[in-house]
Design a protein around this ligand. Sequence first.
Ligand code: PLP
Length: 297
Amino acid sequence: MTIKPVILTEKDFVNQEELLYPFEERGLQFGDGVYEVIRIYDGNFYLLDEHIDRLYRSAEAIKIRIPFTKREIKERLEGLLARNKVDVDAKVYLQITRGSAARDHAFPDDIQPNFYAYVKEIPRMMDAMLEGIPVLSQPDIRWDYCYIKSLNLLPNVLAKQEAKEQGCVEALLHKDGVVTEGSSSNVYLVRNGKVYTHPAQKNILHGCVRMRVEQFCKDLGIPFDETAFHLEDIQFADEMFTTSSIMEIMPVVSVDGKIIGDGTPGEVTRKLQEAYEKDAAISDEKSLFQKVIEQDA
Ligand SMILES: Cc1ncc(COP(=O)(O)O)c(C=O)c1O
């Protein structure tokens, strides 16, 4: 199927061509807004509540008052999937900006937020999840409040672009050598069966998949240690992986050209991928592990 170009705005559903904002829009001019990217499998949202909770936390942190209840947003997002007749793997991008007003850094008291959401088909990154990805370390030059999912992504964009130009799939960000997260993912190191990741403080995004990984570790008896690791620790890593709503649980097989473990996805990463597929109710025939069996046959 092809997804129709219907957009959910603060007023109603409109066709993409009808969507017009004034140039003086604070999201466009200042990056003054927040957003979410939500995963859909076979037409169903995955971790919708977690994303909506984070959207509200982000908006509140920058003094945007969302003019809907969480329930209303969820119902309207379900409506967006229904109107677009989504029955495939996809994502919803939703954005709330402070609104439209004459350009001035300070904002008017009565400003009304602008809201839109659209849905786009996006297949799972099967080959990358099976083989793992190379990543490139980059300095984390972002501000102190990265727990807010704000539209200001220039440092993330530049880090990812640098990674891409050097043949890598993700940038691993570090502050003075301490690994914080990826340009669009959370990052983990596995050593002696224990998973290490940066604590969920204000300087990283509290990933929805990260939250689930913590739970999967608990369920599987894998120690989950929120102790940040250093670039220098990577040489001792048995495995590494990143997580996000788009990358799911993505094995990392090299950092700056240096191979992690034996250069293939490790045992702990595979167990977590399996737990993810169960949690997201991914059908057996679409499972990574089915693909592994097919490849081996
Ligand atoms: C900087 C950053 N960290 C982490 C994540 C992972 O968040 P989630 O698991 O909620 O998709 C993202 C997702 O886009 C991100 O941009």
